[in-house]
Design a protein around this ligand. Structure first.
Ligand code: ARG
Length: 403
């Protein structure tokens, strides 16, 4: 489960060898070159490279300036080959919190992140960067894969502490209430003393780890999490299903790698594309698994696959998601708009003389793939830095498409 005092080798710890220091110097120099060239500040480059080289010789690490970190975070987004929403990479707002080290303060800053990013529904792409890994001291980490996640309870092993209003139990996994994806995390926070209400949409607290501290549980205040109850523009019964989702997807378990430095705690968010919720979170058989319930309410014939009841239920579920966010005034994009924007982004990158790394199976949306333009071509699969990378051995297991 959670590591206490003893950690696996972190990137910072690996830096102590000479080879790693050389690697860091190379990475740093490559990054500075790219950064100052793109920012049109090449006059400053030689002095900056000398200063960084000296810092690395002395301390086996160095510090980014605010402008370097801001550029690095933005380009990490630009290089995220699985993200279809990269046209606006230059709009990413950096909250520089490298000096914040106590777990409680980190939790409070995550709450601040959610408030600023939510912005009453006009979602702002935002990243909060905490201290990077250092040769002598790993940076902090957030155990949750996103700042906002719904608990998952296995009902047959003691289950939720009490039963509130719940959805009909998912069909494929009859004994689970909430998001099955988060069962392990839910178990961990319960072991640390937290307990939820036992509803299908209990917001999990953050679990923050920092060197020298025990894992710290930070409960998110209700008012920093904007949620949208789902309804359908033509089917009044839909609202009675009691389905909701949150406004801000904020990834919190990826490591921002810039110029050889690893910021292992750097939660970042954009806004949602409807299919992430309507075709995956609420529809996958191992998530909320709602297609059977939606199909039943639509009166579809579910006795054979060939009636395409799943497909029809999927479309209505996605209609409900887009409709509800729109009604609530919360930023959300649809997969057709986003596919066009993405191809515009690819063309823009090519004009700037860059390749745009992209993974087809992540870029193509999980609904009507072939009806979007991004389906009908291939992409460059380069893995370049700066980027958001997965943490090491204690990560979250096998990766799937489009979490
Ligand atoms: N797919 C994830 C989810 O449904 C969020 C991933 C990031 N998405 C985004 N639009 N920035 O929660």
């Amino acid at each position: 489960m959670f590591r206490h005092a003893i950690r696996q080798k972190s990137p910072g710890e690996r830096l102590s060898s000479l080879a790693s220091i050389e690697e860091l110097s190379d990475e740093a120099e490559r990054f500075l070159h790219q950064c100052y060239t793109e920012l049109d500040r090449t006059a400053e480059l030689p002095a900056r490279c000398r200063a960084v080289a000296a810092a690395i010789r002395a301390d086996a690490t160095y510090d980014h300036t605010f402008a370097e970190l801001e550029y690095g975070a933005r380009v990490a987004w630009r290089n995220s080959s699985r993200c279809i929403g990269r046209l606006y990479w230059q709009s990413l707002r950096l909250r520089d919190r490298r000096a914040t080290d106590r777990p409680l303060r980190i939790g409070e800053e995550c709450v601040g992140h959610l408030r600023e990013a939510t912005n009453d529904g006009r979602i702002r792409p935002t990243i909060t960067v905490f201290a990077p890994d250092r040769p002598d001291r790993p940076g902090p980490r957030i155990r949750n894969e996103q700042l906002i996640r719904y608990a998952g309870y296995r009902v047959d092993d003691g289950g939720p502490p009490e039963h509130g209003k719940t959805l009909p139990a998912p069909r494929a996994l009859p004994s689970i209430v909430g998001d099955p994806r988060n069962i392990a995390l839910t178990d961990s926070v319960r072991a640390l003393g937290w307990y939820g209400h036992g509803t299908a949409f209990d917001i999990l607290p953050l679990v923050i780890e920092a060197e020298g501290y025990r894992p710290y549980v930070h409960v998110l205040p209700q008012d920093c999490v904007l949620e949208i109850p789902l309804s359908h523009p033509r089917h009044p019964w839909f609202a009675d299903l009691g389905i909701r989702w949150h406004a801000v997807p904020a990834i919190s378990d990826m490591c921002l790698e810039v110029g050889g430095l690893h910021y292992s705690c750097a939660p970042f968010n954009g806004w949602y594309m409807g299919t992430e919720i309507g075709s995956r979170n609420l529809a996958d058989a191992d998530r909320y698994d709602l297609l059977p319930a939606v199909a039943a309410n639509l009166g579809l014939d579910t006795t054979t696959d060939r009636t395409l009841w799943r497909d029809r239920a999927l479309v209505e579920l996605n209609v409900a998601v887009l409709h509800s966010y729109e009604q609530a005034g919360v930023t959300m994009t649809d997969h057709h708009t986003e596919a066009h924007r993405f191809l515009k982004h690819v063309a823009k990158e090519e004009r700037a003389g860059r390749v745009c790394p992209a993974e087809w199976s992540w870029i193509v949306p999980p609904l009507s793939g072939g009806a979007t333009a991004v389906f009908h071509r291939y992409y460059d699969e380069a893995d370049v830095r700066p980027n958001f990378v997965r943490h090491g051995p204690e990560g979250h297991g096998p990766e799937r498409h489009g979490p």
